[in-house]
Design a protein around this ligand. Structure first.
Ligand SMILES: NC(=O)c1ccc[n+]([C@@H]2O[C@H](COP(=O)([O-])OP(=O)(O)OC[C@H]3O[C@@H](n4cnc5c(N)ncnc54)[C@H](O)[C@@H]3O)[C@@H](O)[C@H]2O)c1
Length: 243
């Protein structure tokens, strides 16, 4: 069963592994035969997953705290002696391409402090939200680290049905409508599952051995084709019909 052990003997660190996409990534690497060390701010969730999955070690921590990250890596190295893959998954907030009610904080209303915090978690800690910056950083790191034989890739997910998405929908005045909009954003007509993102992560780590600086889209085709791109509230110019 090659697929089951395709990453056996390897050691993987996953941030934000207690739930959602991160938890699916932890499971997928365990299924691939790896030892997984994961961190999360959510200690109860992390402990529960660690108990459920043998082959995992949970270390509570916040990726915005440099000391927590250093402890995560040094603890991993002292336990296992090597580290083969880091998945920077921890993050919060989603990129949404449709208007929400109430809207998430608008850029012009975001304080410098909350923007800094967003950057800390999502850019320094993980791989999404500030999407352009993350892909640029992925490419720059891929170039810098190639001299050490280290590959750096990122995954850009479409709408993935996770606790984060459920909470976001529940915070709107019409959760069903919000979920429907989120579903219709993908031409495949559904949201993705965490396990589908996890499969991409295992692929990048174990089989994509000649890929570096790559952005792997796991989006159900969300970026393809024509569709409504402007907000409902945007000013629009509609061409006048000829008589
Ligand atoms: N779900 C989606 O549709 C979607 C789409 C695009 C990108 N993403 C990104 O994927 C990642 C995972 O999303 P999810 O939907 O599984 O979210 P989630 O909220 O369901 O899970 C995220 C996990 O990360 C942890 N976490 C958050 N901030 C942390 C921090 N500072 N330090 C340590 N742990 C922290 C949380 O406690 C939680 O366990 C996030 O970076 C998110 O921005 C998600």
């Amino acid at each position: 069963m090659a697929a089951v052990t395709r990453y056996s003997g390897k050691v993987v660190v996953v941030t934000g592994g207690s739930r959602g996409i991160g938890a699916a990534i932890v499971r997928a690497f365990v299924d691939s035969g790896a030892q997984v060390v994961f961190c999360d701010k959510d200690e109860a969730g992390g402990r529960a997953l660690e108990q459920e999955l043998s082959g995992t070690v949970f270390i509570p921590g916040d990726v915005t705290q440099e000391g927590d990250l250093q402890a995560l890596i040094s603890e991993t190295l002292s336990r296992f002696g090597h580290l083969d893959c880091v998945v920077n998954n921890a993050g919060y907030r989603l990129i949404l391409c449709f208007p929400l009610d109430p809207p998430p904080q608008l850029p012009e209303e975001t304080s410098a402090e909350s923007f800094r915090r967003l950057l800390e978690v999502n850019l320094l800690g993980t791989y999404t939200l500030i999407k352009g910056a993350v892909t640029a950083m992925t490419k720059a790191l891929a170039l810098d680290e190639s001299q050490y034989g280290v590959r750096v890739n990122c995954i850009s997910p479409g709408n993935i049905w996770t606790p984060l998405w459920r909470e976001l929908a529940a915070s709107t005045s019409d959760p069903r409508a919000t979920i429907l909009e989120g579903t219709l954003a993908q031409p495949l007509g559904r949201m993705g599952q965490p396990v589908e993102v996890a499969a991409a992560a295992v692929f990048l780590a174990s089989e994509a051995t000649f890929c570096t600086g790559l952005e792997l889209l796991v989006t159900g085709g969300a970026e393809l084709g024509y569709g409504r791109k402007a907000n409902r509230s945007s000013l629009v110019e509609v061409p006048i019909l000829l008589p």
